[in-house]
Design a protein around this ligand. Structure first.
Ligand code: 3PG
Length: 392
């Protein structure tokens, strides 16, 4: 007997119940169909099918008597015709692709806007420790308001969650402030060219500190990444050591942030959006005392007056924009991580850097020599090659 079953879900019961009965959204338990699984008791085996199935070889299915309940049944499920499957799954697949496309486009656009306002602010007001703190404070405030007004549901966290988040927040804080210091000293495009070398740091840290090994092509991809970044650095017209080191430190810090994040997010029910919100709040607490120690209110106040007098009141809007857009692009990137694999994420991040490099060169009229652009292109190509051989 062959039954063709095409509901979204079905229930298989023992002989006392109907053999196949439609039911909604019970999880599929493939093991229930194991040929070696004895039916010990009249018991429901809930299954839910995403795809249409044929169920075959079920023997006495439908006519089991109580004394036969210990008999084995053989139940094989196999995929129905491919055309039927595609017809059934394509709308949700297409919807998912559209959703991810929207996430990516939003993430890159928000990031480009952040980078432009961030650089405009830093050009007029070179206090990266304060501007980094303000971006975290703004994001934290936005999320607290969202939770209080129930625009977003507040996460349920415990002490263990915050303990696990702490190393992630330390790495996030260092990576964030180091990148901002870098951008206060060099062109945005230069910071992002160096930051496109992050995969190289990921491999080196994973190999030498965590003892992980990678396929040979991954190691080979480091050659263009490191070589391209080096070429871009030595031919950068406005090279500055602090700017260069800031981007390098940011790379190392974000590698550790990603390693700790992966461990911290495993098995947790906190969404990407709320995970990033908690990360912002903890980073804010960590960064604030350091910002006071390194720069401090006196420098901030004097610089603020100068910036206001040079730029006018719109300077305040620039500060607000860099803070809001910093939170938004990070929030969307963490929301994307909920939907996509680390590999897709890392490709998306590389594409994002290309958007930022190109748009900032155009907007800020950054002088670029051909050999400098070649270095950037080689580094980015290396990052793509890297993406093809790792899970991100
Ligand atoms: C920051 O300020 O945190 C950096 O600009 C982050 O850069 P990234 O998110 O592009 O790595």
């Amino acid at each position: 007997m062959i039954c063709s079953v095409k509901p979204s879900s079905i229930v298989i019961t023992s002989s006392s119940d109907p053999i196949l009965r439609k039911k909604h959204s019970n999880p599929l338990q493939i093991s229930s169909f194991s040929p070696s699984l004895p039916i010990a008791k009249p018991q429901r085996c809930p299954i839910s099918l995403q795809k249409p199935l044929h169920v075959s070889s079920i023997g006495n299915f439908g006519s089991l008597k109580p004394q036969e309940e210990h008999n084995l049944i053989t139940c094989k499920a196999y995929e129905a015709e491919r055309s039927e499957i595609e017809a059934a799954s394509s709308p949700s697949e297409a919807a998912k692709k559209v959703k991810i496309g929207i996430y990516f486009a939003t993430w890159w656009a928000l990031n480009v806007v952040f980078n432009i306002y961030n650089k405009k602010v830093l050009n007029a007001y070179p206090y990266p420790w304060l501007t980094s703190t303000l971006s975290l404070a703004c994001g934290s405030l936005m999320m607290l308001i969202s939770w209080a007004t129930r625009i977003a549901e507040a996460p349920k966290t415990d002490l263990e969650f915050w303990k696990t988040l702490f190393p992630v927040a330390v790495a996030h804080t260092i990576g964030h402030v180091a990148a901002t210091v870098s951008m206060s000293k060099v062109a945005v495009s230069f910071t992002h060219i160096i930051k496109s070398g992050e995969p190289a740091f990921s491999v080196l840290v994973s190999r030498f500190l965590l003892g992980e090994t990678f396929p040979v092509p991954v190691y080979l991809s480091l050659v263009p990444i490191i070589g391209g970044c080096a070429l871009a650095a030595v031919t950068e017209l406005n090279f500055n050591m602090t700017g260069f080191m800031g981007a390098m430190i940011s790379n190392v810090a974000f590698v550790f942030r990603n390693i700790f994040s992966k461990r911290g997010m495993k098995g947790k029910s906190v969404s990407g959006m709320n995970y990033y919100a908690c990360l912002s709040m903890l980073s804010l607490l960590i960064l604030t005392p350091f910002a006071f120690a390194v720069e401090g209110p006196q420098m901030w106040a004097a610089g603020w007056q100068t910036a206001l007098s040079q730029i006018g009141p719109q300077f305040i809007w620039w500060v607000a924009a860099q803070s809001v857009f910093y939170h938004l692009y990070n929030q969307v990137s963490y929301m994307s991580l909920d939907e996509i694999s680390p590999l897709t994420f890392s490709i998306g991040n590389t594409m994002k850097r290309i958007s930022v490099i190109v748009s900032s060169i155009i907007i800020f009229h950054t002088p670029v020599q051909p050999v400098n652009a070649l270095g950037a292109a080689i580094a980015i190509l290396g990052t793509f090659l890297y993406s093809q051989h790792t899970d991100g």
